[in-house]
Design a binder for this molecule. Structure first.
Ligand SMILES: [Zn+2]
Length: 353
């Protein structure tokens, strides 16, 4: 069996020696996915490089009627790419990542409607994060599989869907995948850097290669069209981009920790614990700083962690059954009852404000 441990090797020379040997022995094959060489050990065990073929297998697992389409299969699949060590970077480029993938099987007459819906979903997701997505229609490359007529129709379908969704778009001539045209979606982050995140791709090749079909109205077998869609792409990369975009200060609804309770001293740990439990029960992600540090140090740490709401409790707060509220930007919101701060936070989360 091909030694998978070489995936961990940073020694490129050793990797290539091992790889060439394994290729000679017929133990591995290499394919390019999105331009990245990806290794498939030819054995009964391998690291998964993409989700698409298994979605086709699920489709193929039983007879499908035209009435069942569109069939939408989504998956948070863990994938692997053998990126060279020199290009690895933080969360932005890694060798194992999770992708928010979906494969949608449609009849040719459903392409436009389905793409329009996907565009609406995508715009909704991006707007909730404060991004203004930019759209590109990537057309037939020089080296493309499939006939010219199918390509033309597919490009027209994508173009109509973009127009129906009322979005501005630019062309990326000859930048489609070899198996079909696609819509690329870019955003600009707060530092005005351009990132490509989502893609919506039409694919006529996998349905043909994997011989998948549905039974049409007339009783004949027809080929479905496969749509590959990722809203965020690699989640690791997406989280990296969001972290940079918000400079760590995530909006309240997205913050890993939304509030933290800081007792002035150990004497108020019990009351602080009650406040924490009450907020947690209301569905607010709450932490409690139990360390025997000074209040000043606790406030500094919570501020550095960019936790949106910092709730300080001491003797006065316990007596009045309330909390002293401050924000990560240093704003003093004075004392509020537990109910008032809970309602305020829940409302802000619900409206994503
Ligand atoms: Zn796919």
């Amino acid at each position: 069996m091909f030694n998978l441990a070489i995936y961990e090797e940073d020694d490129e020379e050793l990797f290539h020696r091992n790889f060439e040997q394994a290729e000679k022995e017929g133990k591995v094959k290499v394919y390019k996915i999105d331009g990245t060489p990806t290794i498939f050990p030819v054995a009964n065990y391998s690291l998964k490089p993409m989700n698409c073929p298994e979605a086709a297998l699920v489709f193929k697992s039983k007879t499908r009627s035209y009435q069942e389409l569109p069939i939408r299969l989504s998956e948070f699949g863990i994938l692997h790419r053998r990126e060279l060590s020199g290009v690895l970077g933080g969360l932005l480029r890694v060798r194992q990542f999770t992708i928010d993938d979906a494969h949608i099987f449609v009849r040719p007459d459903q392409i436009q409607q389905e793409i329009s819906q996907l565009l609406k979903l995508l715009i909704k997701v991006y707007k909730s994060l404060g991004f203004n997505p930019k759209f590109y229609l990537a057309t037939k490359p020089d080296k493309a599989l499939g006939d010219a007529q199918t390509w033309k129709e597919a490009e027209e379908d994508l173009e109509k869907a973009l127009k129906n969704a009322n979005v501005q778009f630019d062309l990326k001539p000859k930048d489609g995948a070899f198996y079909g045209p696609k819509i690329d979606i870019h955003i600009n982050d707060s530092q005005d850097r351009d990132w490509q995140l989502a893609t919506i791709q039409l694919d006529f090749q996998i349905p043909q290669k994997m011989d998948i079909a549905y039974i049409d109205k007339d009783g004949n077998k027809k080929r479905p069209v496969m749509i590959h869609r990722g809203l965020t792409g690699s989640l690791e990369r997406f989280i990296g981009i969001l972290t940079e975009h918000f400079q760590g200060a995530f909006p309240l609804w997205l913050s890993p920790i939304q509030t933290i309770v800081l007792p002035i001293s150990d004497k108020f740990l019990d009351y602080a614990g009650k406040v924490k439990n009450s907020l947690s029960e209301a569905g607010i992600r709450t932490d409690l700083d139990q360390r025997s540090e000074t209040l000043q140090a606790k406030i500094r740490d919570a501020t550095l962690q960019k936790i949106p709401y910092i709730l300080v409790v001491g003797e006065k707060e316990e007596k009045n059954q309330n909390v002293a509220v401050r924000t990560r930007s240093g704003q003093d919101l004075k004392n509020m009852t537990l109910k008032d701060i809970t309602d305020k936070i829940i409302k802000e989360i619900a409206t994503k404000s």
